[in-house]
Design a protein around this ligand. Structure first.
Ligand code: FES
Length: 237
């Protein structure tokens, strides 16, 4: 028996949709509930406000604010973006622009440990592609995804500044040198695979310095330089 015209049309539209390489976005669907309670706690807001005296504009506090929110919530949701924008008196689109530029800001859940596999040339010629494929296979995730248990997320980045020890992988802030595909299982099973021998930078935990206290600002800048050189030394060792 012939199908009714309406049913044929529905089937046709479904198959056309499947064949399309793009999909339209339904702009009528809200991405967040405007009535939902705030996601930024007063403590997080206060920490962000603590950076205001350091800069001439609130807009300039965007990067520290994103780090603070991600540290507190694990990732930066649409609602958090809107609240950050309101706090800094900028547009939500400014927040999204910045987040989407950097691979280390997460708009969906981030694992306890983030594995960064190098995708630059030195690592590639030394077997980096095989290491990345093994990581994907063992974790069961693709790039910028998180394992179901929330233990690991995976990203790739350009040169990790360890070319002479290629291929390299960073877990959180710990650099692993000369990693081979056959090392991946052992590396993932090692509970200390993200342990650093030096303290983590406290840049985003430091108490706010006032604009009227240039000496303390200088000392903060020196702290940062010290941290950077510590990391360089660690990578060279
Ligand atoms: S190319 Fe991989 S660390 Fe430089």
């Amino acid at each position: 028996m012939a199908q009714p015209a309406g049913e044929r049309l529905l089937k046709l539209s479904r198959s056309v949709k499947r064949a399309m390489s793009w999909q339209t976005i339904n702009r009528n669907l809200p991405v967040m509930d405007p009535k939902a309670p705030p996601v930024l706690t007063e403590a997080v807001r206060e920490k962000i406000r603590g950076f205001f005296p350091r800069y001439e504009t609130k807009r300039a506090v965007l990067l520290p604010a994103l780090h603070i929110v991600q540290d507190a919530l694990g990732h930066i949701s649409w609602k958090a973006m809107a609240e950050i924008a309101a706090l800094l008196e900028i547009q939500p689109s400014d927040v999204i622009d910045t987040i989407s530029f950097y691979t280390h800001f997460w708009t969906h859940s981030k694992g306890k440990k983030v594995i960064v596999a190098c995708r630059s040339v030195s690592c590639e010629v030394m077997g980096g592609v095989a290491v990345l494929e093994e990581l994907k296979k063992r974790l069961g995730i693709d790039e910028h995804e998180t394992t179901a248990d929330g233990a690991y997320s995976l990203v790739t980045e350009e040169c990790l500044a360890g070319c002479d020890h290629a291929p390299c992988v960073i877990i959180n802030e710990k650099l692993h040198k000369r990693v081979r595909a056959e090392d991946v299982v052992k590396l993932l099973a090692d509970h200390a695979n993200a342990r650093l021998e030096i303290p983590r930078s406290d840049l985003f935990d430091a108490p706010a310095k006032t604009a009227a206290d240039p000496a303390s600002q200088n000392s903060q800048a020196e702290d940062l330089v010290g941290t950077t050189s510590d990391v360089r030394e660690m990578r060279e060792s």
